[in-house]
Design a protein around this ligand. Sequence first.
Ligand SMILES: *[C@@H]1O[C@H](CO)[C@@H](O)[C@H](O)[C@H]1NC(C)=O
Ligand SMILES: *[C@@H]1O[C@H](CO)[C@@H](O)[C@H](O)[C@H]1NC(C)=O
Length: 242
Amino acid sequence: MKSFVLYVVVLVTLCEGISLPSSFRKCSRKERDFNQCLSLAINDAFTQLEKPLEDYGLPNLAHLEFPHNCKVAFGNSTDGLRQEFTKFTATGFSNPINTTASMDFGKNVLTLKVTYHQLLFRGEYIAQGRVFLLPVDIMTPVVITWDLPTYTFTFMLEEFMRETKYYKVVNSDIDMQPRNLAFHFEKLFDDQRLNDALNEAMSKKWLQIFTRLKYKEKVFAPFFGTFFNNFLERVPVSEIFG
Ligand SMILES: *[C@@H]1O[C@H](CO)[C@@H](O)[C@H](O)[C@H]1NC(C)=O
Ligand SMILES: *[C@@H]1O[C@H](CO)[C@@H](O)[C@H](O)[C@H]1NC(C)=O
């Protein structure tokens, strides 16, 4: 009997979902300045994610570890250079300067435009093939520093019912615009001067490099979609939007 009661209690709790974290600001969709309220609420939530919120499936944004299938690869080692960036971690996502959020309830699309002070992406870089005529086979840690980047996240949502109404993310997109990028490859070559000079040359031409690689950034979108979804599947719509 006791275990049956416990079972019912657990079941009811699961079905009802959980309320918004008490430290999160709640915005009512009936308010006139709803998007402004949401912008402040989300900006504040990012700041709070200096620690993970495990009950909500939200990661530590101060230090994010991307899954290893988040990789950027291109080129060909027989006929040029095969390059691959993997094992990304990022610091700084808990430190936004400002956030502009807008929720389109008709289309169920949430857009977040977030500007950060600085983001550091660390990863591993692999290059195999030829540079000019020189054969290379490189594996080195790399740090890419983003100054004042603006990230635009677009989440396409869909409503579904489970006792009450919930959202889920059905598609995510991302766009990134840095003010400046700096590359630091630790060991492209044994010769330290050559290594430093190459980092400097690449950082100087960051915009051309970024423009060429920009379309690859989409690999990160599903990751952000997944953790937003973790949150949405736990917290009913009425809890989030009053
Ligand atoms: C590299 O490119 C050549 C010619 O385009 C192609 O024949 C070869 O299969 C490619 N190799 C790899 C590893 O993709
Ligand atoms: C956010 O901050 C950046 C950098 O200070 C600034 O350029 C931008 O205008 C700000 N955006 C809003 C919506 O306040």
